[in-house]
Ligand binder design. Sequence first.
Ligand code: NAD
Length: 479
Amino acid sequence: MKALADVTAKYLTDGWQSATRTFEVVEPASGKVLANVADCDAQAARRAADVAWEAFERWRATSAFERSDVLARWHDLIIANTEALATTMTREMGKPLKESRGEVKYAAGFVRWYAEEAKRVYGDLFPAQDPTKRLLAMPQPVGPAFAITPWNFPLAMVTRKAAPALAAGCTFVLKPAEQSPVSALLLADLWLEAGGPAGTLQVLPTSDPAPLSTVLIEDPRIRKLTFTGSTEVGRVLYAQAATTVKRISLELGGHAPFLVFGDADLDNAVAQVMASKFRNAGQTCVCANRIYVHSSLAEEFTERYAAAAERLVVGDPLDAATDVGPLVDAQAVAKVERHVAEAVDGGARVVTGGKRLGGLYYAPTVLAGVRRDALLMREETFGPVAPIVTFETEAEAVRLANDTPFGLAAYVYTRDLGRAFRVSEALEYGIVGVNDGTPSAPYAPFGGVKQSGIGREGGPWGIQEYLNLKYVALGLGKA
Ligand code: NAD
């Protein structure tokens, strides 16, 4: 098992990560300092780009079988270190330990999938009109990739990018979120232990993301920018990436509608909206944010939902019984308080919760009678707040669901197969869960439309983001 102190000490002194300054990573649950990590600056970014470029020449020349072997060993080491990784994640960003253990498995799932997929990056030999020609489409690694990830899934958001990139033959420079760099450092240490060559995976923690990121985004040798985070920051990075015309993947904010039709299985809908809304204290991009319930079911749904929310155990995330931990920081709590206050001012009824519980804890909250134009129906709340709105017709439900600039995940609860298809097709979202509140999987395409992003992660689609297709036309000449 990895010792946290060893790893952070190592990354304060090792080569490309040597930094003269450090910054504190603070545990949201206790307010205590978990670790001091290197605070990388623009100069560290320039060095990282040099290293990634040099390492790329060697890594791209390895066989897919060799890369697959390293990834497979990395997967096994991640699983073997589940407890260290899970505890670190829980301490650095506050998600309950049982969820952190689940995230380790989910994160490792991407590594395993791409260990396998590395060997299935096929090209094509396709027909030419001219019989003396042979035409090929040849996939090749894009080149060094720069990734920026958020704190809400400190491991999975990294492996979902790093595994396909490394499998494809790209090198990878990661800037983790300020709140959760330690999990990323542990992951990188395991990559080296698995036999990953030096320089193929670099982690640059920083307390000041913009200057460091600008260096990497403007460096023409970095060929790809992959970002997961808010739409606001994504827009800035998209514009910056245009200066060097980089390949780009953006996994941005969501504002998921959860539609419960009159024919839905109520037990299932309530159980799944619980998981979708209160997982990670509501701090996920695919969280149910706007819950639309057919008026015939609204009362019963609301009652059952509130009762289930009251049964949740809120407390120390390191305690195995905890369902809901603290929010990540004071800003997050302030946003939740602002959204709830605005909704209540507009006439919403607090069915349960609706208050801060001390520290960074906020009570799981269900609000009924929420106005359709309330702030929390327009913006991602990123907290444990479930606003319920009623509807009458299928067309109205679809219109309400689509009435947002976001388009990441949506959920539909119905037992009518025709409706399941009609509504899934009409929803302007990248992901639709039909009677399924947790559709994400390493082998499935994850990503948004509209202002929720560009590109897909996971499955065979995810590796394409790290491959360029080269067309080779071969004239055969005469014998
Ligand atoms: P954020 O956009 O504030 O930060 C994300 C990352 O961007 C962090 O690493 C941060 O340091 C970095 N960053 C911030 N400003 C930057 C700048 N100017 N230049 C370079 N880097 C910069 O988002 P957050 O609050 O950490 O994460 C929550 C957001 O992420 C939510 O909107 C959520 O929906 C989204 N998210 C999306 C997905 C997805 O797959 N679509 C997954 C998880 C989270």
